[in-house]
Design a protein around this ligand. Sequence first.
Ligand SMILES: [Zn+2]
Length: 169
Amino acid sequence: MSELYPNETELDERDGRYLRKAIGWSHAARRRGNRPFGAVVVSAAGEVLAEAYCNSAETGDVTGHAETNAVRALAERKLSREELAGATIYSSGEPCVMCAGAIFWSNIGRVVFGIDAERLRLFRGEHADQRDAELSCRDVFRASPHAIECIGPALVDEATAAHVGAWKG
Ligand SMILES: [Zn+2]
């Protein structure tokens, strides 16, 4: 196992497996010309409930982030709020403020993410169409009336790889 970054969380086998699945989708997103982000939602029992990638470039829909697409895909499963509270969303990158809001509304109770927003900004640079709103997902989750556990950054090196060369320099 490689050395952890100072703010990196070490994951157990299960969390590592699903976060790697989300990172896999980030590469799939990039191959299709999108920003490299992926997300996977997993039930408390370990069933994969939804898998998605960012498809904003393909669709022209700016809300087509990996996490919002995953949350939308959950709709057809007709899960109870309790089932969702026990679920975890794995995201290759720290959720943006929109996705944090979508996670809040979904009632998903736990978030595990890869590369953090701060490191992502090194790739985003100063381009107007690449900059994000600088409000942490943890600040959104803290404002939630129900508890949303948030773990990350994790698997930083692996989660970062998809971003190298994927943004305007
Ligand atoms: Zn987002």
